[in-house]
Design a protein. Structure first.
Length: 143
């Protein structure tokens, strides 16, 4: 399945705008391919205002968020992979959401490793192994 992160991001962006609030995102600036002004990075993270009045040519794609914004009076192009976005929230109220991390494929979904194990393990006539212990939910309470 595809990641739900870009869909959650777009839905919350729309919800924040519909309530006449200012959408901000928290970005892990140390992730690969993140292009943000170095002067805006603090402790490896950056908070960006993505309100319609603050950015130009905003593209909320499935792979990345890109737009142009002014920093110290200079227009700059920013590119943020969706995987680097930690949270989206309304600046005025703090309401929003920490985005869930993309989960790695479950054991048994990697067909290449299944093929290798099927070739090397001929002594076992057992059926497929059950998945590992249930990891539980990935939602967190944010106060």
């Amino acid at each position: 399945m595809t990641s739900n992160r870009p869909y959650l991001l777009r839905a919350l962006y729309e919800w924040i705008n519909d309530n006449n609030l200012t959408p901000y995102i928290l970005v892990d600036a140390q992730q690969p391919d993140v292009q943000v002004p170095a002067s805006a990075i603090k402790d490896g993270k950056v908070v960006l205002n993505i309100a319609m009045r603050a950015v130009e040519a905003l593209d909320l794609g499935n792979e990345a968020l890109s737009f142009q914004a002014r920093f110290s009076g200079v227009s700059q192009y920013l590119y943020v992979p969706v995987s680097a976005i930690i949270a989206i929230y309304a600046h005025e109220t703090g309401q929003g959401m920490m985005l869930p991390p993309d989960e790695a494929p479950l054991q048994g979904e990697d067909t290449e490793s299944e093929d290798v194990s099927a070739e090397t393990d001929d002594s076992s006539d057992e059926g497929p192994k059950p998945p590992g212990p249930n990891k539980g939910g990935h939602l967190r309470v944010v106060k």
